[in-house]
Design a protein around this ligand. Structure first.
Ligand SMILES: Cc1cc2nc3c(=O)[nH]c(=O)nc-3n(C[C@H](O)[C@H](O)[C@H](O)COP(=O)(O)OP(=O)(O)OC[C@H]3O[C@@H](n4cnc5c(N)ncnc54)[C@H](O)[C@@H]3O)c2cc1C
Length: 446
């Protein structure tokens, strides 16, 4: 049973298998829950049947910070799985199967993609702006920035004219406290608009296609039962590793499926600062700075994180090997991934820039627990993997059309990180939510 804080009950698969749905949404993370919300709002007064399938259970009834989880990072490690040997070239990635997906633990940082990224997309900047505005409103993204605050002045005087505070998906509450957004808030709001069926602990193992039309999905429940759910429209939102794996395992054809896996190279550092007690500062990606820097200061201790832009490469991919299967005979995801020469140059630049940032805040990066505190993280550790089913107009180099519909298959859509055409050096959730709303609007219109 779902925890009390959630407004919606779960539905047994036994009951769901007797229905034919108008839309089935698979996955309840950032992209999936945004699709559920938009669809329930748009079809509020329509006699349409919506269902949601989630592989995980109710791990937390709200964002870890709202639940006052003591050490969210180690709790995340406890409830998620390492992909282990299967993703050895992408060893930082972790799989979290949970109602709410990774938004139960995310850092809520929500910047927009810069114009230079969107210019290479099959969507106009004006249209992206429209959907960014809607997504920011729904996520309650903060815009607070006071350039008169000394630390910002310090950055401006050091040449960082574009310094910002973190745009955060949080709701301000009385007494200076905040509520952190997780997808569960979208699911609650959706259910208030229009009730939907939802099964948890139920993993979709195959998308069923007949004559290039979507007909349903095969689902395994935790108690080992298998069933088929019927729907003419399916929205896949199982994340940028699982979604291409599902398409490949379902026998869906497409040269680009799983390819162009893109993440952010990730460098972390720590330092002390006597000058400032508390601040959160973002130096965004620009044309001349192909990386972003996040600076978080609390009680004089600063955590610096830099995300670097990674080139799109056909060779970086999620794939399956039919011989490597789980206990149910389902092929596991495997990954080929490496950084290009240019990616490595950017990583070096990021390291130097973090040293510079440390001096601006009056600190210097030194060793921590006997290790140098400036550390390049392993690929996948940014948790921003994306682009494996990227949108585009050419089916030989993209998986979906510009509205998230899989090329050549009627009724099959994707709304998670995998459809992003590029991810620049920008945290992905705001963009994934914006595109998810846009894909649902196109489903509703058509
Ligand atoms: C600690 C941490 C901090 C982060 N901080 C930020 C940040 O500040 N800003 C930002 O933009 N991003 C951040 N991220 C990244 C962000 O959380 C992810 O990029 C985002 O959640 C991805 O959305 P998604 O819909 O693609 O996948 P997910 O959120 O992972 O959702 C996938 C969903 O599909 C379900 N699922 C998987 N397989 C199946 C299946 N076969 N059948 C049914 N259901 C399935 C999963 O259980 C899950 O509910 C952070 C992530 C972590 C872990």
């Amino acid at each position: 049973m779902v925890a009390k804080e959630l407004l919606f009950p779960t539905t047994p698969l036994e009951k769901m298998k007797n229905k034919e749905y108008d839309v089935l949404i698979i996955g309840t993370g950032a992209g999936g829950a945004a699709s559920v919300l938009r669809l329930c709002e748009k079809w509020r007064n329509k006699k349409k049947q919506i269902a949601v399938i989630e592989a995980g259970g109710s791990v937390l009834p709200a964002h870890a910070n709202n639940m006052k989880v003591k050490n969210p990072e180690s709790y995340y490690y406890k409830v998620s799985n390492s992909y282990g040997e299967h993703l050895n070239q992408f060893s930082g990635a972790r799989e979290l199967l949970a109602l709410g997906g990774r938004t139960l633990f995310w850092g809520n940082v929500c910047p927009r993609m810069p114009t230079e990224e969107i210019n290479s997309w099959p969507i106009s900047e004006i249209e992206m702006k429209k959907y960014y505005d809607i997504a920011e409103k729904k996520l309650n993204v903060t815009k607070a920035f006071d350039p008169s605050i000394p630390i910002f002045q310090n950055f401006i005087n050091s040449g960082y004219k574009d310094v910002q505070s973190f745009p955060l998906a949080v709701t301000r509450l009385p007494k200076n406290s905040v509520k952190f957004f997780s997808s569960l808030l979208f699911l609650n709001e959706a259910f208030k608009n229009k009730p939907f069926d939802i099964a948890i602990n139920s993993r979709v193992t195959k998308v069923l296609i007949n004559n290039n039309k979507t007909v349903g999905v095969k689902v395994h429940s935790v108690d080992g039962k298998e069933c088929i759910l019927r729907s003419k429209n399916i929205i896949l939102a199982t994340g940028a590793i699982e979604t291409p794996r599902l398409l490949l395992y379902s026998g869906i054809k497409g040269k680009a499926i799983g390819h162009y896996l893109t993440n952010h190279s990730f460098v972390k550092a720590f330092c002390n600062t006597k000058n400032y007690k508390k601040a959160s500062i973002l130096l965004p990606q620009t044309v001349n700075r192909p990386y972003q820097i996040q600076i978080y200061i609390n009680k004089g201790k600063a955590a610096l994180a830099s995300f670097g832009r990674v080139e799109s490469s056909f060779e970086n991919k999620v794939y399956i090997n039919k011989k490597d299967q789980d206990i149910r005979g389902v092929s596991k995801a495997k990954i080929n991934f490496s950084y290009s020469k240019n990616d490595l140059l950017i990583i070096n630049e990021m390291k130097k820039e973090l040293e510079k940032v440390a001096t601006i805040i009056g600190g210097s990066i030194n060793s921590r627990d006997g290790k140098p505190s400036i550390q390049v993280q392993e690929p996948g550790a940014d948790y921003h993997e994306a682009c494996t089913c990227r949108m585009g107009t050419d089916p030989t180099i993209s998986v979906t059309d510009p509205y998230g519909k899989v090329h050549g298959i009627a009724g099959l859509y994707i709304t998670d990180n995998s459809v992003l055409p590029t991810i620049g050096a920008v945290n992905p959730v705001l963009t994934t939510v914006a595109l998810s709303f846009r894909t649902v609007d196109s489903i509703v219109q058509n």
